[in-house]
Ligand binder design. Structure first.
Ligand SMILES: [Mn+2]
Length: 306
């Protein structure tokens, strides 16, 4: 476990003064198909070294103004699943607030405790995913990566699912019955009117919001590096539009983002996509909150980028 990981190879700001925290959570215990997601956070950070400081969509260099801190990886070495999840909760609860938290996984089971710790007042979870992840238990455990959104609903968070294309009949029934779950199935999103309705819903959200990005929500032709691939899925530009819409909505308080289930692969396309998703979040979030009008004292100041 590296103790000095960084994003864009930039020096890490002190945690207390950082505008954005990046938290590696290399947890892999319950995955069922292709292993390797424990390597996800390190691969995303390594790929970030190849990004430009300039972010072309919002048209600025986020790190010219934002101070970043990549935190040491969360300890994942526990005897029981519950012990790990309890630890994760306490760990995240101790982090300073009033910043953008971006967690890097690791498997999808890590989302609920981070949401509970960071968003205790309730709110909305927006989930990009191929799978509904609404099983009450799987292989005998509520902590399985097939279950996190069920745990979210048990605590009464509203749930918006985007890109779903694989689920159990019981999950389909739950979606049909539960008024607090809005599910945009992948195939219906191919219709421009449905896509637009989804974007309008995100643009009109208010209050605390958590964005959880399971990388398998994207088209596996684009990103092969996921543990449980499914045909279909979001395009890169659709994913960016979702992030831009949420981060640019000033009526919502982004309590956190997680980018999960990456399994690094030799082409590094998937790793780069994870890194660029982090950069898009930083850029749209920072621009919408006016950092570009503040002092240029971000992490890249004094760093040679030629
Ligand atoms: Mn998932």
């Amino acid at each position: 476990m590296s103790q000095s990981q960084s994003f864009l190879s930039l020096p890490n700001a002190p945690v207390e003064s950082a505008d954005a925290l990046i938290l590696p959570v290399p947890y892999e215990r319950t995955v069922t198909y292709k292993p390797g997601t424990r390597q996800g956070p390190a691969a995303i950070l390594a790929a970030s070294d190849q990004l430009e400081f300039y972010e072309e969509d919002a048209g600025w260099c986020p790190t010219e103004y934002l101070k970043l801190a990549v935190l040491p990886s969360v300890d994942v070495d526990f005897l029981s699943e519950q012990a790990f999840h309890d630890h994760l909760h306490e760990h995240v609860k101790k982090l300073p607030g009033d910043n953008l938290l971006i967690a890097l996984g690791g498997e999808h089971s890590v989302t609920p405790e981070m949401v509970f710790a960071r968003m205790p007042q309730g709110g909305t979870v927006v989930q990009i995913d191929a799978h509904a992840d609404l099983r009450p238990a799987y292989h005998g455990s509520i902590y399985n990566h097939a279950c996190p959104m069920n745990r979210i609903r048990q605590r009464e968070y509203e749930l918006i699912q985007i890109g779903i294309r694989s689920l159990h009949a019981n999950e389909a029934e739950l979606i049909a019955q539960d008024k607090a779950i809005t599910t945009y199935f992948d195939r219906t999103l191919q219709r421009p009117a449905i896509w637009e309705r989804m974007i309008q819903q995100l643009a009109s959200l208010q209050g605390p919001v958590w964005l959880t990005i399971d990388m398998d929500g994207f088209d596996p032709a684009l990103i092969a590096g996921v543990g449980t691939p499914q045909p279909g899925g979001l395009s890169w530009h659709q994913g960016v539009e979702i992030i831009e819409t949420l981060m640019g909505n000033e009526d919502i308080d982004i309590c956190g983002v997680d980018i999960l289930e990456l399994v690094p692969e030799p082409s590094r396309v998937s790793d780069m996509m994870g890194a660029k998703l982090v950069q898009k979040c930083l850029s749209f979030w920072g621009k919408a909150r006016g950092f570009h009008k503040g002092a240029a004292n971000g992490s890249q100041i004094g760093v040679d980028d030629e």
